[in-house]
Write a protein that binds this ligand. Structure first.
Ligand code: PAF
Length: 281
């Protein structure tokens, strides 16, 4: 496994591989790798000759300095995990490498970023687009892999790819959510939960799945209020938003059409913010 921290070196390695007509799969991450990331990497390596993983905690997508500071980082453990699976190249740049000067690009996502995560995390998706577009340009893979836990992020990255980065010819692949045994969606933030918060956090998916699976019994408003009040009845959990949205526009829907609709939730467990979603399909 090749570990590189600078763009020039990465280009040198990739140039050799691409000359041999190797296909490149790319998994961008912010590190603190868990089984969800590893499943993306394994899937990427099953579909490509070369797998590149980036580890970079991108400051421009955090709208709170405190959140950026407390984001979990463990390079040593991450590298250990990557060595044990089919990762060929790890790119671990410093902030100065990715942002030699301020990035003032503003992306227009036609309203996809005004709801849910975008509403509560001002500027978050513009920061995601800055780093993803820069990484796509640097790595220029055949395919890039993202987890469906970040449902809105996947929609926005697909939009970015199709509308801003079309010439790169990259296929964005969305992969299923990987869950802990008790149903909690895997996330780097889970390791920040204390014992009580971790135990209640499993009720997020359990409650959402329970009611969403019997959505026909409720109106959309009824379903929303049941899920929010039941999750909020736990000591450590507080719902920030729960919405049922159209898969394409991400706007709230009045009725559930299973193949076109997803339920999305963000919940605070103490000060740790967790997200999840349920596809009615
Ligand atoms: O999902 C993430 O971990 C990040 O948002 C990403 C896509 C790596 C960009 O920093």
């Amino acid at each position: 496994m090749i570990i590189t921290r600078n763009i020039k070196e990465l280009h040198k390695v990739l140039f050799g591989k691409k000359k041999l007509k190797n296909t490149v799969g790319f998994v961008p991450t912010m590190g603190a790798l868990h089984a969800g990331h590893l499943s993306l990497i394994k899937f990427a390596s099953s579909e490509n000759d070369i797998t590149v993983v980036s580890i970079f905690v991108n400051p421009t997508q955090f709208n709170s300095k405190k959140d950026l500071k407390k984001y979990p980082r463990d390079e040593e453990k991450d590298l250990e995990k990557l060595k044990n699976i089919n990762c060929d190249i790890v790119f671990i740049p410093e902030v100065e490498e990715m942002y030699p000067k301020d990035d003032n690009r503003i992306f227009d996502f036609q309203g996809l970023d005004n709801v849910m995560e975008g509403k509560y995390r001002n500027g978050h998706f513009n920061g995601v687009a800055q780093i993803v577009s820069t990484l796509f340009e640097i790595v220029n893979p055949d395919k890039a892999y993202f987890g469906k836990k970040d449902f809105q992020q996947v929609a926005i990255i697909k939009y970015l790819n199709e509308n801003y980065l079309k010439d790169l010819n990259i296929e964005v692949v969305a992969c299923d959510i990987i869950r802990e045994e008790d149903g909690l969606a895997m996330s780097s933030r889970n390791m920040l939960l204390n014992k009580e918060q971790r135990s209640e956090a499993s009720l997020i998916s359990k409650t959402m799945f329970f009611y969403c699976n019997s959505y026909k019994k409720y109106s959309v408003a009824g379903l929303k209020s049941k899920i929010i009040s039941e999750i909020n009845s736990n000591t450590h959990l507080e719902v920030e938003y729960f919405d049922i949205v159209d898969n394409k526009t991400l706007q709230s829907v009045p009725d559930i059409i299973p193949e076109k609709t997803t339920a999305c939730i963000a919940v605070y467990a103490g000060i740790i913010r967790l997200i999840d979603n349920f596809s009615f399909n």
